[in-house]
Design a protein around this ligand. Sequence first.
Ligand code: C5P
Length: 317
Amino acid sequence: MSPASLSVVPDRITVRVPAKVNLYLGVGPLRDDGYHELTTVFQALSLHDDVTVSRSAELQVVTRGDGAADVPADASNLAMRAAELLADWAGVPASADIAIDKTIPVAGGMAGGSADGAGALVALARLWDIDIDRESLAELAADLGSDVPFALHGGTALGTGRGEKLMPILSRGECHWVLALAKQGLSTPTVFRELDRLRENRSNGGELDGDAETGGPDELLQALTSGDPTTIAPLLRNDLQPAALSLAPALRRTLRAGLDAGALNGIVSGSGPTCAFLCADEVDAVNVAAELSGAGVARAVRTASGPVPGARIIDAD
Ligand code: C5P
């Protein structure tokens, strides 16, 4: 008898999934399929959503916690879509209760929806006792969204294609971050469209603030192997930042306030509007967070560190 056939399949499983920040986000041209070619360096952070699945005759999802009211409960919910995709792949009925406990800001540029999709894939594969290899799971994840494979993977990774092709990156030590959460979310497609508009405008003679840099992430990758935050900090780059700032100009003040508070550097996280500040160490991060909270430039301020592991089962019974 194989060890797998001896193991008892649990009735309830909780998977913890990290948020991400892009330390580097180089956005290439718009492709024919509507996506942009990316070169990105992801880091998984200690800010997470928990996805709990349990047996049920139907498929339903509830979301609790920060921003839960803004998360759809219908088939557009990424955890619901994950359930349908995995059930199709395995030829099993898509039935489960899915509960999402959110800490990752909704529409915050930290891949919170992607985290929920990744969490549902891992949890339901166990609940439904599906024997799926890592590669097939990563393919389903990529079908769900460009950032979902990284939510499975975790750690620090280089992403190419539309962000779904991953290569692990060697990094030393821990990065300490302060995250400034904004009052309102930004839609990722809208931010990409705004970047296209700004670039079009620039090619017609206009200026594109902060988009003058060229070159790949090689220097950053080198800095990550050293683990020295003062070397890493000046190499943070996000090509989506000018577009996010154009749509949400108040973020300029948030970025400035983080630097004034003593962060080594600050960037908009992914498509925003969360601003991520890299700090010298844990003590500095706590001090920067306290000062930023007092500055009144954010809905909420959190500290987090990275890298942390990708989606993993933390509880099963
Ligand atoms: O892959 P995902 O569904 O998360 O992407 C959401 C939207 O973000 C896409 O529909 C597209 O408008 C934009 N996007 C893009 N290029 C990428 C990733 C996302 O333009 N590489």
